[in-house]
Design a protein around this ligand. Sequence first.
Ligand code: ASP
Length: 334
Amino acid sequence: MEKRILMVETGGTIAAEMTEAGLAPGLRGTDLLAYVPQLRDLCRVDCLQVLSLDSTNMTPAHWLTVAKAIQERYGDYDGFVVCHGTDTMAYTAAALSYLIQDSPKPIVLTGGQKPIYTDTTDSKTNLLDAFTVACDGRIPGVTVVFGGSVILGTRARKTYSKSFGAFSSINYPALGVVRDGQLIPYLRPAAGEAPRFFDSLDPKVSLMKLIPGASPAQLSFLLKESHAVIIESFGVGGVPAGDGGEFYRIIRDNLALGKIIAVTTQVQNEGSDLAVYSVGHRLKSELGVLEAYDMTTEALTAKLMWALARTTQPNLLAKLLYTPVANDILCYSE
Ligand code: ASP
């Protein structure tokens, strides 16, 4: 039976045209399809234009728009392909993983490093590969299909700004590859019985990346502006004078006010373990700061927004954060 796939178009380089001020999305879903006519042999495709944005301009409100578009049409299709800019695709993939949980159908994000109209584009292959995964159905749930790799939505990160193999799977193996139009699955996440949709996020989450000599006042400012702050710290997790200095006091006082503070690491691979060094240990053992463990910063950001929309109670929020969703966190200890 011919599969029915919905292509959800949001913009990005894949759909970009050259303007006087550089590349900007302009092509519509039907224009993209015209560049890859083979897709029509693979499945029956409908196009839905929900946005036309450089993904730099995406916000959590746009993630909700995309999730809602899929929810409203979920029963009508066998799978979904979301065309998206690459710059924030990993954030959207993570957000969709929390907003649409246990999906038995594939929801595949893809895009391109070069616009689809160019001779040297990767967009056509990526689009074809994404449809291959969406039609195949053996890898359910939210994924990023890019440069021939199939990456879990909660584990994707853009690791190359120009190369075609732009995305990596962080702290988790790639789920498979697409070779010559065939999906070769390495891992198959368990398919849920039915999807669970969520329709709210709390966007008041900020991120502070530490540098040597970072100012504690910056953290105070972010905490004033936000319900949760992620501190992207060093190594397995260390904050300057996190064992009793200014950062420690700011964190302590803000936790007492009900703010959520989570520590992650700027090191891309292997995640955090705050308990190891004294610059992290007391933040966790005495203050109860949360940490990312092996979650990506993209996933942690989206998960905090999702969790904060469910509860503001710190204990319940910690429970939500540390409960795995779509294999986003594997190595944690409370
Ligand atoms: N700036 C573009 C975007 O994220 C880059 C791309 O799509 O590759 O929309």
